[in-house]
Design a protein around this ligand. Structure first.
Ligand code: NDP
Length: 326
């Protein structure tokens, strides 16, 4: 027995398809490191993988990020990595495990002040916020931005990031308590409204103009409100499907919305090159170091209870980040 194990899905379905499975200790291939996980980040994408919205060959591991200690490296990798504290975003799901393999080129060394739990809470979500604010919407000081699910994992990083960028932040969340959290994290306006009333309120807050950017990870349910909230020539960034995928649209919808820009990014395309990972990592760890971004770990689950983490995330009962501890 290696003592190593993982969470596996042998079929797609609800959280009950997640099972624990003993595995051999992973052996790093050329250029790879084996990381002993100390904390694993839970992301909404993990539910898309489990449920089949994003199809994967089965059986499959789950999980797209983890933090821990490098235990071993493969041929050609710098041996001084061994013993270092790192975090990584996996290229293929499988970080819900005691150990994982990653190319050393994709490891983010952790500053002393950043714990494994903080890294697992913030790496993927923080890089996503960087992508959305600085690479997609390219938010400028004085602009206004609408953020949905503003007390969630990505949302609770976006709010302070946008404030640091000099934006006016209109936060929207699914309950009054979540809206209050978004206000506490710096939102200028924190709303808890039915989606069919949201655009009217956004227009009222922006003197009829609408916002320069909408950052929308909710998807199907928020789509119409998002489209109706963007200012002329503003940008709508739809980056997730928490309530289901956005329906098909026509380019003419963008004309009718005021000649707006639309993008549907995935983080994986924005951290493909070493330069991008360095740039994103520097920005994120810089904002963690200066206190702009703090880990808001709303929930911790044992790794073996990953199914419970999925239930909570899908039931909208979580706030901030959710992590699993092996
Ligand atoms: P969150 O912690 O934000 O959880 C999702 C939140 O979405 C819920 O808490 C809830 O907040 C809101 N929501 C609205 N409707 C529903 C619904 N029907 N079911 C469940 N949740 C709903 O998750 P993450 O921070 O992990 O991810 C946020 C979004 O960002 C997801 O869509 C995810 O896929 C996306 N994402 C995209 C990336 C990319 O590269 N494109 C990278 C990382 C994340 P409330 O109750 O306040 O409405």
């Amino acid at each position: 027995m290696s003592g190593a194990w993982r969470i596996v899905a042998r079929r797609t379905g609800g959280p009950e398809v997640l099972e624990r499975e003993d595995i051999a200790l992973p052996v790093p291939g050329p250029g790879e490191a084996r990381v002993r996980h100390e904390a694993v980040g839970v992301n909404f994408i993990d539910t898309y993988h489990r449920g089949g919205l994003y199809p994967l060959p089965l059986p499959t591991g789950l999980g797209t990020e983890a933090a821990g200690i490098v235990e071993a490296v493969g041929e050609g990798a710098d041996p001084t990595w061994v013993g270092r504290r790192v975090a990584y975003v996996a290229q293929a799901p499988g970080t819900y495990a005691t150990h994982g393999l990653a190319p050393v080129a994709r490891l983010f060394p952790l500053p002393d002040a950043v714990s494994a739990e903080t890294a697992a809470a913030l790496l993927l979500k923080g890089l996503t916020a960087w992508m959305l604010v600085e690479r997609c919407a390219r938010v400028q000081p004085g602009q206004s931005v609408l953020v949905h699910a503003a007390a969630g994992g990505v949302g609770s990083v976006l709010v302070p990031w946008l404030k640091a960028a000099g934006a006016t932040v209109i936060a929207h969340a699914g309950s009054a308590a979540k809206a209050a959290r978004a206000r506490d994290s710096g939102a200028d306006h924190a709303l808890h409204l039915p989606f069919d009333q949201l655009a009217g309120e956004v227009r009222a807050l922006t003197l009829g103009r609408g916002v320069d950017a909408v950052l929308d990870g909710v998807g199907a349910d928020s789509w119409a409100a998002s489209l109706a909230s963007v200012a002329k020539r503003g940008i709508l960034v739809t980056y997730g499907n928490a309530s289901g995928p956005v329906p098909a649209i026509s380019p003419l919808d963008l004309l009718r919305a005021g000649s707006i820009f639309l993008t549907r990014p995935t983080l994986f395309d924005y951290i493909e090159t070493a330069d991008d990972r360095r740039a994103g990592g520097q920005r994120l760890f810089g904002l963690i170091a200066d206190g702009t971004i703090r880990a808001d770990i709303g929930q911790r689950f044992a790794l073996a209870a990953a199914a419970d983490a999925h239930r909570a995330l899908e039931a909208r009962t979580t706030t901030g980040s959710t992590i699993l501890v092996p």
